[in-house]
Write a protein that binds this ligand. Structure first.
Ligand code: MLT
Ligand code: ZN
Length: 452
């Protein structure tokens, strides 16, 4: 092929430049199957120096890059629009020794979350972020998208775990600050700037993360309630009474039906209920008694089942964690990920079906998410040609309730058009100036986050 591919082969080796349609295909469509685009070629560098050389070659040729980790993103941010070189970071799998004294570790961008969990746990430490896509989602992607997941209520999002970063800038230069000082007040925090920048400012190649204590004793409750107001009562009681609270999640009756059918799961209670909360407590000693006491005192609890053994805990989590795969098995969903102040949550859930039906009468919204952050995943099945109209209706409703159009999945290509609903004109203008300063030619993830 052309000069650029030859140069790239010289950098990463022939085997790691994919030009064949069949070989490229798995990188060109996202996990949801909704976003797809053709890459000029797929390049798989093995280390930071190779990433830098690839970026320099693309910059010299004036060819844009799409950066991809585990391809588990849900907003089309890791698939090409068309014609980009797709840079896959899956081979950046370096894993430094766990630094037990600092409770930190340095890892390559391509290490999966699950691999890092396995690496940290024998040292009595754990990763502060956890999510259902753990076996494929990579640390670089999680940082670049500031991923959230099920432990945000306790430890914050990915950005809160980052103490250092190494990244390749758009001109191929490398910035590296991986010492992970607990205090470091020497100007702009590039690590925090890059966390959540969705690959638009630089390519994250290594990350230093803080680790949290491994808490082996877990108790999980699946709690039935009459609706979202009841779920919020349970959350408030758990926040006040359970210092060991490690997760607070929400799903509704429709979602339970879907996951039960998909996974052949037994009904958790004799009666169905409108809404369900999953609470998890994690501690060094069994937190079950505290959990039971708090639930016993909360008047909004209609029914509850609690487990503290590994199998029982996994069974209860399955009702919540298999939502994504059950929805995808039922069709290609429009996936919206929003958050509102907790006081607005019940009103939003009440208004959502009407907003969706107004845009696509035959569509079916499945609503679930991370209760602690007022973060709803609004997954809409059967929207057909009305996907954009559904998105518009839901995101406007969220904005009218002072919410965010992307709570944890990022903006990607899917929501770039709607960014002004959540960020002011002057904020977007400032973001564009930062982008122009770090990537003046617009080579990194064009069309992602900031519309072109
Ligand atoms: C989850 O929390 O399960 C995912 O972020 C949600 C989704 O698939 O929309
Ligand atoms: Zn989520």
């Amino acid at each position: 092929m052309s000069d650029l591919e030859d140069i790239l082969r010289g950098v990463v080796g022939d085997r790691h430049v994919l030009v064949d349609g069949d070989l490229k295909a798995q990188y060109e469509t996202d996990w949801t199957r909704r976003f797809t685009g053709q890459a000029r070629c797929v390049v798989r560098p093995a280390n930071t120096a190779e990433v830098a050389a690839v970026v320099r070659a693309c910059a010299d040729a004036g060819v844009a890059l799409t950066v991809q980790g585990g391809n588990t993103g849900l907003v089309g941010g890791g698939v090409p629009a068309g014609g980009e070189v797709l840079l896959s970071l899956g081979r950046l799998t370096s894993l430094d020794e766990v630094d037990v004294l600092e409770a930190q570790v340095t890892v390559g961008a391509g290490v999966t979350l699950e691999r890092l969990q396995q690496h940290a746990r024998p040292h009595g430490l754990d990763v502060g972020v956890d999510l259902a896509a753990r076996s494929a989602a990579t640390i670089g992607g999680l940082v670049a998208t500031n991923a959230g997941g099920i432990r945000v209520v306790r430890y914050g999002s990915m950005r809160e775990q980052v103490t250092g970063i190494e990244a390749v800038l758009a001109d191929g230069s490398v910035v590296s600050r991986l010492v992970g000082l607990a205090k470091d007040n020497t100007g702009y925090d590039l690590a925090q700037l890059l966390a959540g920048s969705e690959g638009t400012l630089a390519i994250v190649t290594k990350v230093r993360l803080r680790l949290v204590p491994l808490l082996p004793a877990r108790a999980v409750a699946l709690v039935a309630v009459d609706g979202v107001p009841g779920a919020l009562d349970v959350l408030a009681a758990a926040r006040a009474g359970l210092p060991a609270l490690a997760a607070a999640e929400l799903f509704l009756a429709e979602g339970l039906e879907l996951v039960r059918t998909h996974g052949n799961l037994a009904a958790p209670f004799t009666e169905p209920h409108p809404a369900y909360v999953v609470l998890e407590c994690a501690a060094r000693t069994d937190p079950t008694d505290d959990l039971l006491e708090v639930l016993g005192e909360c008047e909004s609890v209609r029914d509850a089942t609690v487990a503290s053994d590994v199998t029982g805990v996994a069974k209860l989590w399955a009702y919540r964690e298999t939502h994504t795969e059950a929805i995808s098995a039922a069709g290609v969903p429009v996936k919206l990920d929003v958050s509102v102040p907790l006081r607005e949550l019940a009103g939003l859930v009440a208004d959502l079906p009407g907003a969706v039906a107004g845009a696509a009468p035959a569509a079916r919204p499945i609503i679930f998410g991370h209760l602690g952050e007022g973060n709803l995943h609004v997954n809409v099945l059967g929207a057909g040609d009305q996907a954009e109209d559904v998105t518009d209706a839901v995101l406007r409703l969220v904005a009218s309730r002072r919410g965010s159009i992307s709570s944890e999945h990022g903006v990607g290509r899917a929501k770039a058009r709607w960014l002004p609903l959540s960020r002011s004109e002057s904020e977007v203008a400032a973001m564009r100036r930062i982008k122009a300063a770090l990537d003046p030619a617009g080579l990194l993830n064009p069309g992602v986050l900031l519309s072109e």
